[in-house]
Design a protein around this ligand. Structure first.
Ligand SMILES: [Zn+2]
Length: 281
């Protein structure tokens, strides 16, 4: 397979980044929208607005009630066709740098760090995986891997393996949001920081021929929580760098549309179960 072809996708999931904070703090992403290089949409999260259920929704196109991962505490290997398994089965190269939940969902359950933390295995759904956990830090779990290291690791994966599908997952906004709240200065500064790290890598990814999608799994309440159905928890940003119609979209989109849209960009067939409309259309 010639991996220099276009139709390669990077999906960045900024855990816990709410819509309004993205607009206010992510000036580099907004510059791409303003200069007509990207499209920004408001994406409506499925319920419950929790991470593991939504990671699976973003990759299977199914509601949590349908795919069955309804809590962060009933995590298990995915039972459905998803972006990673479909891409791998079609001979494409997959990669991720992400929380260990993604290793459990798509590579192997349970997550055993000395086996799973770093993988280069063509038989895995995530063939080139680099995973981190929230364990071993302070009582508040806010000392997660820095976004500087995370984005460098992502660009390392791009340079070494030229994956057709690369998923990057940053957990820092979620951790800071839980500690300080969704309207805190600390939370805003962390969103600024993620945007600033992306600003240093996105030009390289564009140069390498990637379509780059940036979103979050859920928003955040002012009191530092998520899981419910309020707008502040359900409204998430969706930036599409390379979308044929740049600018700010007037219509909202559903998280159910992400998986089929990515498969469409990758040139892969879409399973019948993924029946939400494509974001392109
Ligand atoms: Zn959280």
């Amino acid at each position: 397979m010639d991996s220099s072809l276009k139709n390669k996708v990077i999906l960045v999931i900024i855990d816990g980044l709410k819509y309004q904070t993205a607009i206010e703090q992510c000036g580099f992403l907004e510059a791409l929208v303003e200069s007509k290089q990207a499209r920004r949409m408001k994406m409506i999260a499925v319920l419950p607005t929790l991470s593991a259920p939504i990671y699976e929704t973003l990759h299977t196109g199914l509601e949590p009630l349908e795919h069955g991962i309804t809590s962060n505490d009933n995590l298990r290997e995915s039972k459905f066709e998803n972006i990673f398994t479909i891409a791998k089965a079609s001979g494409l190269v997959t990669a991720a740098t992400a929380h260990s939940f993604f290793s459990t969902l798509y590579n192997e359950d349970p997550y055993i760090p000395i086996r799973d933390q770093e993988v280069n295995d063509p038989d895995k759904a995530i063939q080139h995986g680099r995973f981190y956990s929230e364990n071993g830090y302070t009582a508040f779990n806010i000392a997660l891997p820095s976004d500087h290291d995370l984005m460098n690791q992502a660009s390392m994966l791009v340079t070494r393996y030229e994956p057709h599908y690369l998923m990057i997952h940053s957990c820092s906004c979620d951790s800071i949001g839980h500690k300080f709240g969704g309207n805190s200065l600390e939370y805003s500064k962390q969103a600024w920081q993620v945007n600033d790290q992306l600003a240093q890598h996105i030009p390289f990814w564009i140069e390498k021929g990637y379509r780059i999608l940036i979103t979050s799994d859920h928003g955040f309440t002012d009191s530092g929580n998520h899981g419910g159905s309020s707008e502040i928890e359900r409204w998430t940003p969706y930036y599409d760098i390379g979308h044929p119609i740049p600018g700010i979209a007037s219509e909202d989109v559903s998280q159910l549309s992400v998986a089929p849209s990515i498969l469409s960009i990758l040139g892969l067939s879409i399973p019948k179960k993924m029946n939400a409309p494509l974001i392109d259309k």
